[in-house]
Design a binder for this molecule. Structure first.
Ligand SMILES: Cc1cc2nc3c(=O)[nH]c(=O)nc-3n(C[C@H](O)[C@H](O)[C@H](O)COP(=O)(O)OP(=O)(O)OC[C@H]3O[C@@H](n4cnc5c(N)ncnc54)[C@H](O)[C@@H]3O)c2cc1C
Ligand code: SF4
Length: 333
């Protein structure tokens, strides 16, 4: 690990001012916030991230879950994943989020990991984490060995010729199905970014993953009020039952009235370069009967643009079965 300066802040304005001096908020940022540290410190030990300055934000007052007047929920950036998963309103009204969080990592990691840190965790692509290998995301222009190499765990949706890395987070998939909004304070003031616009596709700049700018501090995430009568579910498929990232996952919210699907939100994990909302699947569901044939049509629609590489073609069928299973479970809840 390279030497770095460490400081602690008690005031969001102070944090933003310090980090605004960085040249980027993406890969290679010289100034970094640290929350739980379970992602950043890991990457610093591997020399993948080499910030000159690390700013501890754990003393900022951003660790509350609060009800909003419209019936929605405000989740502070520093709320720990375990606290969020077991929060009574999350368990009751946003079950898909609780389930996604509890399927992540391990109990110890969830006790440290925060909402904002989870949102911004980096890919687990093995070439990205090995500084002896080229990687366009870590070192723009150096190449992508994963495309013709070991890509079993990598993406089949939203890829480019420069990068096929998956977004590894489970929480992000649930937040996408719940249509969360990310609230950011930066040098220019506060802004609200719908989660569908927060993560960017790799295109020819895979080093750029989000719309974050230097100095930007995520302060909280908001969820809209739950749909009356809707049910939700998260299903994660992986190589072992715990402590493992998704090969494919599905977050589903369904509102069904007299057997007809009135409201559908669908997001996939483990298969996309960003948490993958599928409008095509939602269109195939809404207004249709909640039955096996409808679910199969939706799954085919969700994966119709999949572009597999040699080692990850199996994910197409896996993701379809995952989605069908999640829809079936939700519809019978
Ligand atoms: C062994 C292992 C297994 C795991 N398995 C899973 C899994 O199955 N599923 C899963 O989803 N995740 C998994 N994870 C990842 C884990 O969820 C993340 O490490 C964790 O959520 C990161 O949160 P943190 O608070 O520790 O982030 P940190 O390491 O503190 O920060 C991560 C990034 O976010 C930035 N950041 C943090 N807070 C803010 C803020 N408020 N504003 C702006 N920038 C901010 C930091 O600068 C840094 O770049 C695993 C991790 C490990 C080590
Ligand atoms: S898939 Fe992306 S992260 Fe992995 S080696 Fe290629 S460029 Fe790097």
């Amino acid at each position: 690990m390279k030497p770095f300066a460490f400081s602690r802040v008690n005031d969001p304005a102070q944090a933003i001012k310090s980090a605004a001096a960085a040249s980027t908020a993406q890969q290679g940022a010289e100034i970094r916030f640290v929350a739980g540290g379970t992602a950043l410190i890991d990457l610093m030990k591997l020399d993948v991230e080499q910030p000159h300055q690390v700013i501890d934000i754990n003393h900022l007052p951003l660790d509350k879950v609060e009800n909003l007047s419209d019936g929605g929920l405000k989740i502070g950036a520093l709320v720990r994943n375990s606290d969020l998963a077991h929060h009574s309103r999350v368990e009751r009204d946003y079950a898909v989020l609780s389930q996604a969080l509890l399927s992540s990592a391990s109990a110890q990691l969830r006790n440290m990991a925060t909402t904002s840190g989870n949102l911004l965790q980096r890919t687990r692509c093995m070439y990205f984490r090995d500084t002896h290998m080229p990687c366009n995301k870590r070192e723009p222009g150096s190449g992508c060995p994963a495309i013709n190499g070991f890509n079993r765990t990598l993406a089949i949706l939203g890829t480019s010729e420069h990068c096929i890395a998956t977004n590894p987070s489970d929480m992000n998939v649930a937040l996408t199905a719940l249509e969360a909004t990310i609230v950011i304070r930066g040098a220019g003031g506060e802004r609200e970014v719908p989660i569908g616009e927060f993560f960017v596709l790799p295109g020819d700049t895979p080093n750029r993953e989000t719309v974050m700018q230097p100095g930007d501090l995520i302060t909280h995430v908001t969820l809209p009020p739950p749909r009356a009568g809707a049910h939700s579910h998260y299903l994660k498929l992986r190589d072992r039952a715990s402590y493992e990232f998704a090969l494919a996952s599905a977050a589903v919210v369904l509102g069904i009235d007299s057997g007809t699907i009135r409201h559908a939100r669908v997001a996939l994990g483990g298969v996309g370069t960003r948490p993958w909302r599928s409008s095509a699947a939602e269109r195939a569901l809404e207004g249709k009967s909640a039955n096996a044939a409808t679910f199969a049509t939706a799954a085919n629609a969700a994966l119709s643009h999949a572009k597999p590489q040699g080692g990850n073609a199996f994910k197409i069928e896996l993701a379809k079965r995952c989605l069908i299973n999640a829809l079936t479970t939700t519809a019978t809840a």
